[in-house]
Design a protein around this ligand. Structure first.
Ligand code: ATR
Length: 294
């Protein structure tokens, strides 16, 4: 009985008090975010006196918000759309991960100030492997999107030595810029702007198209058929099934939404802030409940 009580006491989170450590996600919009559910479940499961909040912050106020969090003793922040590129110039120091991928999605505050990290890039690879059993080396990939998420994905996929990478974007010049950067940094990777002529192993959606009900699919099926890919991954996790994923399922593709990517970037951020191994199963369960409602 005593042992049972002890175990329970390890998982009871203290009520918010003057010593509670705080983390938060900043974005605009932010109401859709499942990060608070994931991180608060993780803090509670480890009995940590920590809480995770969400704030809608306009990009013009991002610097003030980061400085505010720093001077108020926050442990860390996550940044989401549209802040990840802006934050590169607003932190005091960049970790190697943020330097490599040119975007900051995680900040840790310590004696050195605000340190910027990128936990998104590794999460893409982990999520693709986990959800689709996808090994990227040598794979042919069609990437949709050339914004912040698309750029990080393109560079990371190239660093994983994909066989061929095709990028399609509404604004082609942004895809060209990314293709040029990939060519410079990863000269052995074949990268093409435009739809592939032959089959691919994976279509990866990194556009924001699908977030709103009524959004069209980011894939122009007149140019490339879903029959020509083995798998489709959508970085969007809410809605859990975008128009693209529904069509891909109907076409017989293996599919996955962005839950796994959110989970793995969050787990790494949790470890950066707390110095403790992330309770991955607890975090995954909290996301499933938040996103699927069961
Ligand atoms: P993130 O950080 O999530 O990548 P972003 O940098 O704003 O956000 O990029 C959004 C991506 O979705 C871009 O590829 C964008 O295309 P453009 O570069 O042409 O803007 C794409 N996107 C957004 N709305 C779109 C729409 N209505 N049709 C097609 N693509 C769209």
């Amino acid at each position: 009985m005593a042992a049972y009580k002890w175990r329970v006491s390890q998982t009871v989170q203290p009520a918010i008090n003057a010593a509670t450590r705080l983390c938060a996600v900043l974005g605009a919009p932010i109401r859709h975010s499942a990060s608070p559910a994931m991180h608060n479940a993780a803090f509670a499961s480890l009995g940590l006196d920590w809480r995770y909040l969400a704030f809608e912050v306009d990009p013009k106020n991002l610097h003030a918000a980061i400085v505010g969090a720093k001077v108020m003793g926050f442990a860390g922040l996550n940044l989401t759309v549209p802040h990840k590129l802006l934050a590169v110039d607003l932190v005091d120091m960049l970790d190697e991960s943020a330097k490599a991928w040119g975007a900051v999605n995680t900040i840790r505050f310590d004696v050195n100030g605000a340190i910027g990290f990128n936990t998104d890039a590794d999460a893409i690879v982990t999520a693709l492997r986990e959800a689709l059993a996808m090994e990227l080396r040598g794979a042919k990939v069609l990437l949709l999107g050339a914004g912040g998420a698309g750029r990080t994905a393109a560079l990371k996929l190239a660093s994983e030595k994909v066989g061929e990478l095709f990028i399609v974007n509404r604004t082609p010049s942004k895809a060209e810029d990314i293709a040029n950067e990939v060519k410079k940094r990863f000269p052995s990777v074949k990268i093409v702007v435009g739809y592939p002529k032959a089959n691919v192993d994976l279509i990866l959606n990194a556009t924001s198209l699908g977030l709103n009900s009524g959004d069209a699919s980011p894939l122009d099926e007149k140019q490339f058929s879903l029959k020509q890919t083995h798998a489709v991954y959508d970085m969007i996790y809410r809605p859990a099934e975008t128009r693209l994923l529904a069509a891909a399922k109907a076409a017989g593709c293996k599919t996955a939404n962005g839950l796994g990517m959110l989970l793995h970037q969050g787990a790494k951020a949790f470890e950066i802030w707390t110095g403790k191994p992330a309770p991955l199963d607890v975090m995954r369960r909290a996301l499933e409940q938040n996103i699927y409602g069961h």
